[in-house]
Design a protein around this ligand. Structure first.
Ligand SMILES: *Cc1c(COP(=O)(O)O)cnc(C)c1O
Length: 797
């Protein structure tokens, strides 16, 4: 092990030679990355062992955070930051002529998630460890994470992602801890001392092998574990179709489903869900039984948190274990289960609410289905007692209805806590989407506004800003981010505000270099960097942003004297491969980019960049360089958003709707430090309740809108018009479900205010300062503390 720079250098060189049998000069970056990774893992190992030992022996409650997605990105830089050895390694490597950031760039992103939901899980793990809380991640080790996106002729093309092809240096395979997971087969009943019991027979077994990844806390010696399960063939007797068996077992963890907020309903997905839950619970049971001999303590010692409904089978699986294996009565098992499970709802979009047809679930998981059926019977009896004779009401709330299992209903019935992810979202759950459930179980519902780890998104991504802040207010904000408010007194400090501008310029230059490297386009670093990066989705309204760009283009073409303040519009977005509309919007953004960037009448004022393959590593380069953050979802549709918080923390000013956590940002910032436009949630909801609005009135009533809509289909984009008919129709034939035309005028005029405000440098910097100063609330440390105190009931070790 190393404790100073000289020791580090010596060890690094020795390990390089020993591992690869060549001199430093002959090794490549990847060799260097691998050796450095091994060294850092060794550096972590003592604390990891001690933390695991504590978890094993301590009698305090342990939390398991079950999530079908984790989106951690790269680990090296983050681990060095949290271990506090970045400078030591950087200087040591410098002296060897190696640039640490070049080595960091070698690491593949762990992209085991689609977007916000998986990234939230990763931020929570960082906060759990940094707060010394006993909380562990449980997920799936997909062989291929989210697809890699390329643009070919402006269209999205998906390539399989290959994050494991050079190995994953942070993981430790634990084959001794593998578990067998049964699928298919049948249930047989038998009598056990006069008691009717059930067992699952003739199952096809899949082996779940855990790979443990250390999660390093911020300079506190805590190292928690993210356990990722991988599917392999179990040791089964030789059979005729052994190759088929091998393929089918390995397929379980081959791919991450690329759907964001959309439920696909495929059998392999259901297998993944049960695989995660069953493997996790088996391993928890194993360690519980070693520690305690009274199963009735289970809910006092173990908390299971389910991130959305994907792991909701934890409820029937725990019931199965308690009844079939621990011989508890139904009532005792239900009492323990419902005190153990807590659930986070992430969306009210109906297409995202999971439903599984009984005809799929029952044969795949026969014993689990029996238990869900019984849960539903008893639950409906309770509903009957509360709402006698009201069949309609009971049918709406039932877990099984019309041949489908409604996973959100199961999650609510089988848990003690149901939380939304921002105040507005929780209110919509309570008063609208889940009103029936709130009336029946009022005490279960609560809010936990999302957060992001300020360590990755500020300290690691923006060391320049981090340095400026620390110079002004000292270091304490790093462990207590709400102390960023100590920046407020610098509101009139011209030298500090100038420092903010200098940092932003540096980060803009760095992003401009990245853009040039990735796209060949040179962007104007003196222009406003206006950014929308997030999954591509109709409700997120990238289309509204595009319409603003087309509007600026049209105005400049029409009026030679109109010169907007220079702006660079930057996009990053993956579309789910089967999401037809979203892919057309990608093509549209690329078409607009081509048109704008190649038109000499406009391209010194506006430029459009669409970066391929938006992921965590690219995000870390984008947020610090952004000046205008686009958070323009249709009000009521974005549960929280977390990108909005990353921008805020890096001093970008938001243009957004009163949706998700934007509402709480506005509360903290005051209206002068955020640009709010468009319909609010109540207005959208009331339009929708009355059958929508009439987009034709806006098409006919606003020449700007008419021109833009017509350009989608009239040959304005040569050879592409047929692609944009879908978009035209979504607005005018399908009644513009997301209020793009309705909010257009408000958006355009608010964008003009943004442009005006930007030109007053000093006051813009004050807005930027305010955003940074008030962003501490949005650290996931605050969020995780709230979960720990109000849901999990756990304390720091
Ligand atoms: C933060 C983040 C998201 C979520 O962004 P939203 O704007 O909240 O939708 C998605 N993907 C990546 C890579 C992120 O870092």
């Amino acid at each position: 092990m190393f404790s100073d720079k000289e020791q580090f250098k010596e060890l690094f060189l020795r390990k390089l030679e020993m591992t690869y049998g060549k001199s430093v000069e002959e090794t490549c970056r990847r060799d260097q990355f691998h050796v450095l990774g091994m060294m850092v893992r060794e550096y972590i190992s003592k604390d990891w062992i001690e933390s695991a030992e504590k978890a094993r022996t301590s009698k305090s409650k342990q939390i398991y955070y079950l999530s079908i997605e984790f989106l951690p990105g790269r680990f090296l830089g983050n681990n060095l930051l949290n271990l506090g050895i970045t400078e030591l390694l950087k200087e040591g490597l410098d002296e060897l002529g190696i640039d640490l950031s070049d080595i960091e760039d070698i690491e593949a992103d762990a992209g085991l998630g689609n977007g916000g939901l998986g990234r939230l899980a990763a931020c929570f793990l960082d906060s759990l460890a940094s707060l010394s809380l006993p909380g562990h991640g449980c997920g799936i080790r997909y062989k291929h994470g989210l697809f890699e996106q390329k643009f070919v002729d402006g269209f999205q093309v998906e390539l399989p992602e290959q994050w494991l092809s050079h190995g994953f240096v942070w993981e430790v395979r634990k084959p001794d801890l593998a578990e067998e997971i049964p699928f298919w087969g049948t249930v047989e009943s038998y009598s056990d001392g006069g008691r009717l019991k059930f067992r699952h027979i003739d199952a096809v077994k899949v082996l779940a092998v855990p790979y443990d990844v250390p999660v390093v806390g911020y300079q506190n010696k805590t190292v928690n574990t993210l356990r990722l399960w991988s599917a392999e063939p179990a040791l089964v007797p030789w059979q005729k179709d052994i190759m088929k068996y091998k393929r089918e077992t390995e397929a379980v963890t081959e791919f991450l489903y690329p759907n964001d907020t959309h439920d696909e309903g495929k059998i392999l997905r259901l297998k993944q869900q049960y695989f995660l839950v069953a493997a996790t619970l088996k391993s928890i049971m194993g360690s519980f039984r070693k520690k305690y001999n009274d199963i009735h303590l289970f809910h006092e010692k173990i908390g299971l948190h389910i991130n959305d409904t994907h792991p909701v089978l934890a409820i029937p699986e725990l019931m199965r274990i308690l009844i079939d294996e621990e011989n508890l009565t139904w009532d005792d098992a239900w009492n323990i289960t419902t005190k153990c499970i807590s659930y986070t709802n992430h969306t009210t979009l109906s297409e995202a609410l999971e439903k599984w047809p009984v005809r799929i679930l029952e044969p795949l998981l026969p014993r689990i289905y029996m238990i869900i059926h019984e849960i539903n019977e008893r639950y409906c009896q309770d509903l009957w007692a509360a709402y006698p004779g009201n069949w309609n009401h009971i049918e709406q709330m039932a877990i099984i209805a019309h041949g489908e299992v409604k996973m959100a209903h199961l999650a609510i019935a089988g848990s003690f806590s149901v939380n939304g992810v921002a105040k507005l979202h929780t209110e919509i759950l309570k008063n609208r989407e889940m009103k029936n459930f709130f009336d029946f179980y009022p005490s279960k519902f609560n809010n936990k506004t999302n957060g992001i780890t300020h360590r990755r998104w500020l300290m690691k991504a923006n060391p320049e800003l981090c340095g400026l802040i620390t110079e002004a207010i000292g270091e304490e904000w790093k462990s207590s981010p709400e102390q960023l408010e100590l920046l407020n007194p610098y509101y009139n400090d011209n030298s500090f505000l100038g420092g903010l501008r200098d940092v932003k310029k540096i980060k803009k230059h760095q992003l401009a270099d990245r853009i040039y490297k990735n796209t060949g386009l040179r962007v104007n670093v003196d222009s406003i960097f206006d950014v929308q990066v997030k999954r591509l989705h109709a409700y997120k309204r990238q289309l509204l942003n595009v319409f603003h760009i087309m509007h600026l283009y049209n105005r400049m073409k029409e009026d030679k004297h109109y010169k907007p303040y220079p702006r660079t519009f930057i996009f990053g977005a993956k579309a789910s491969p089967g999401y037809y509309y979203a892919k057309k919007v990608i093509k549209l953004i690329n078409s607009v980019a081509e048109k704008v960037n190649n038109d000499r009448d406009v391209n010194s004022y506006i430029q459009v960049v669409f970066l391929e393959n938006y992921n965590v590593s690219l995000a870390e380069e984008i947020f610090p360089a952004t000046e205008v953050s686009e958070q323009i979802s249709t009000a009521s549709k974005e549960a929280s958003g977390t990108g909005n918080m990353k921008f805020m923390m890096n001093g970008a000013v938001t243009i957004g709707t009163l949706d998700g956590a934007n509402v709480e940002m506005e509360e903290r910032l005051g209206p002068e430090n955020i640009f709010i436009f468009g319909l609010n949630a109540d207005q959208v909801i009331s339009y929708l309740a009355n059958g929508g609005y009439s987009p034709y009135d806006y098409y006919h009533g606003d020449e700007r809108i008419q021109l833009i809509c017509n350009q989608l289909i009239n040959g304005f984009f040569p050879n592409s018009s047929e692609h944009f008919e879908t978009i035209f129709d979504s607005l005018l034939t399908e009644n513009d479900q997301f209020f793009v035309l309705r909010d257009f005028a408000s958006y355009i005029s608010t964008q003009r205010q943004v442009e005006e405000a930007y030109q007053d440098q000093a006051s813009w910097s004050q807005k930027s300062l305010k955003n940074i100063a008030m962003s501490g609330f949005f650290s996931s440390d605050r969020t995780v503390k709230e979960y720990a105190d109000e849901i999990w009931n756990i304390k720091p070790l």
